[in-house]
Design a protein around this ligand. Sequence first.
Ligand SMILES: N[C@@H](Cc1c[nH]c[nH+]1)C(=O)O
Length: 380
Amino acid sequence: MMKNTNLPSGTRDEFGIEAEVKETIQNKLFKTFRQRGFRKLTTPVLEYSDVFKPLSAEDYRPYQLLDDQGEPLVLRPDLTLPVARVMSTTGIELPVKWYYGGDVFRVKKQLSGSYNQLTQAGIEIVGYKGLKADWECLEVALSGCKSMGIENVTIELSHAKFVDTLIEQLELPDPTKDSLKQALFAKDLSKYSQLSQPLSDTQFGRFLGEWPWLFGNFDTVMAVVETLPEIDGLQSIITSLKSTAAFINQLFPEANVTLDLSIPSPQSYYTGMAFRGFTDKSAGYLFSGGRYDDLLTNFQNVKTSAVGVAFDVDALVERTSLPDDQPGALIFFTSDQWQQAEETLAKVPNSTLCLTDSFESAQRLAASSNSRLIDLTKSR
Ligand SMILES: N[C@@H](Cc1c[nH]c[nH+]1)C(=O)O
């Protein structure tokens, strides 16, 4: 049978200007990471599937294969969990700040139009409990976008603990609480109102009525949250979100801060604040990150605080205007003139060696690439 020359669904080849812009963007990000004191960490593309247990299986269905012992392996669907694995198996001293870049693989639904292989570049800050580490992630993310000329970034803040903290307080049987949460996430409004109806006359009534729409402008959403009675754990969530919004407004006044308290956490392993950056409504996110203080407990028995953020490098490439091809010069020479050709190459900006043997082919190539032809064979 003929070998299949098609690409597996959801993959692509990248070439030319676009591939080069992608490389430039990655290098620029890596340079910033290094300047801010992050060290490089590279992990393999293949890992044991157990590493990714904390991921929600629906959103991150991995490509699976077996090693020669029959152990299940996957192509990594995420780059944060391998960092947690490294931290739990190597005894590297804390605190530590890592940066990385590479591809992640996620099996998406057929014909969903999205790629199954994505390039990320990100940082993980391990061993700091306080908000300063979260803010360093936001600073890196927002200044990264700025340095690429990406303006009008909307930062969507959320908090992994908000929904559970609130639902826990409601006087409902546990299975109902669960269904209410699912209805909220699925924006199944008829189910949601039916389940929350018995509480409409309680102190949560007003809030419950607005909860499915609890996203958008930061201050507007916060005003609704502040109608809530005092609840264990709620105040610290509110304080961290408010001070973070104030931080962003102060350092990046041009950014637009929104808050969404009606969605599931962007990653099942987040335990605190999470944030995503967008430029326009329709497109996917530019960066996504959050705090995950329990992750390392999946690998070892001590809790370690960590927070990180990853750029979707392909999304950055999409929003970068590609440079025009500069007309260049082609140096035509005979093979015994190589040294002279090198000298010309060094002197003439934007020139390249012409590798054709005949002058006619050189002329054709110059014409088709809109280049000036420098003929060294004339000067012999
Ligand atoms: N790994 C996350 C991003 C992240 C990095 N660090 C923390 N979160 C993602 O792919 O969405």
